[in-house]
Write a new protein. Structure first.
Length: 232
């Protein structure tokens, strides 16, 4: 599965690394806009290169060439390959998770919203449209395990999702009129741990750990904390 390619007004000319316009001339871009476009093309190209070669096998030169730029353009936007790698994953994973939270129907009860979110996670993993992204994420963790100095960068994934979940959890308990049994940030950590644990186990042993466990376990382990008076 290849990563989704962002549509633009350019295409790669056969047998070259030059981009050829496929539409009418666009207005002159500001310097900031040009840099943002360069950065976006580098990120899109990196996604394709990482899928083909993996994180370890990909080089700065490959990424720059894929985007139609020089090494200098790469280093004008990113300090290291690791920094670009993390931004690519963060851009895809964090934004997708935020979009999921924003789509949760507001007219549901807190417990129903939890159930709805768990079903959405089940559906997302079932379709695996972004399986390439999941594979890169695992490479990111493996690299972090071998390189302690790299760990603060991937840590930003979970700090971001924990912060979003912490807000949602706090609001859910306030709406239900119940006290938090533990700090909201720790419940957010538990939600993340359940998500990751199920996803990893399903990846390697889908028969023993089916995806339909998502709503069942979220309901069992967290639903009763929010509203113990109603069964799932």
């Amino acid at each position: 599965m290849t990563p989704p390619v962002k549509h633009s007004d350019t295409s790669v000319h056969p047998n070259t690394l030059s981009y050829v316009s496929t539409s009418s001339p666009s207005p002159r871009l500001s310097r900031a806009d040009r840099q943002a476009e360069t950065r976006r093309r580098l990120l899109d190209a990196a996604g394709r290169v990482f899928v083909r070669s993996g994180f370890q096998g990909a080089s700065v030169e490959q990424i720059a060439a894929e985007a139609g730029f020089s090494r200098g353009a790469f280093y004008s936007n990113f300090n290291t390959k690791e920094e670009l790698f993390v931004e690519l994953l963060h851009d895809q994973v964090y934004d997708a998770y935020r979009e999921l939270l924003e789509r949760i129907p507001k007219d549901l009860s807190p417990r129903e919203r939890l159930r709805w979110g768990a079903r959405e996670m089940e559906e997302r993993y079932a379709h695996r449209d972004d399986s390439w992204l999941f594979a890169l994420w695992l490479e990111c963790l493996a690299h972090a395990a071998r390189n302690p100095d790299f760990r603060p960068l991937p840590a930003t994934f979970w700090s971001g999702t924990r912060a979003m979940n912490e807000i949602s959890i706090t609001e859910a308990f306030e709406e239900a009129g119940r006290p938090l049994p533990i700090e909201a940030r720790h419940l957010a950590t538990a939600l993340t741990a359940l998500d990751i644990g199920l996803a990893l186990q399903n990846l390697v042993d889908p028969e023993a750990v089916p995806l339909d466990l998502y709503p069942k376990l979220y309901e069992l382990l967290f639903g009763g904390l929010i509203d113990p008076t109603h069964a799932g």
